[in-house]
Design a protein. Sequence first.
Length: 267
Amino acid sequence: MDANVDGPMPSWACKRFGEDVVGLRLAIQMALLDTESAMLESQAAGRSKHKFTAGAARMTNQYERIAEHVLDLGIPGTELVKPGTFYELVLVHNAILCPYRVDSVEGFEPDDKWPKKLSLVMRELFALTDAPTPRWVADPLVDVEVPELLLRPSLADLAQRDPRPGLVLIPYEMNMSGLQRAWWGQANLLDEAGHLQWVTEKSLLTTGAESRVYAVPNQRAGDNFASGDLPEVALSTRSEAARAAGTPPQSETEYEAFVNAAEDNEH
């Protein structure tokens, strides 16, 4: 496979993933492009003005495609983690890979806050993993007891491992125009409101159309999941002011509302 991977490999990723870092970065790129294809193709096949099909396809494929491409690398010790919700996460080099969508704001990196309501599943994932630096940067209030977060059985076993697994976040921008940008890095959860402290650089995985990944030349056309032309999806025009403010096109508002409602409803 060939991809735009000529940029410098982040030092934190080299340290964590070793000689497999290049293959892992490419696998995640491919997975996100497969997710884009699944989202747009599902919307086209659904033949509906509503964006529910696209939202559901993106939510499920973001996990399934990353797991698929990483497992295909055959790295020893790779396994699937079942958090007890509708998706599975892949663990490689003792790090759980966790993708999530962020709002597109031109020229800006992901915010230092979880982009939506922090689900119980994500709170537990942050709690069980080995953070590179202390999670709580402020001293606890005197005489205030912080309730212990009890992990569900499917995650409690991971917390008993030595060393404990790490958590690698994969924030990405994707809307009905397709995949825009994606990053990866590690962060600590600072509070229940979802504030994050990034302890590694937020390293770019893709930068839009320039980072498109292509199949090897001898691969038969039509065999790849992401092969073929992407469907055209009509988008409403936006004013310059709306673009600067990051306001989504009108055609995407229903899609965004559906996605946010579904993802906020995790238990």
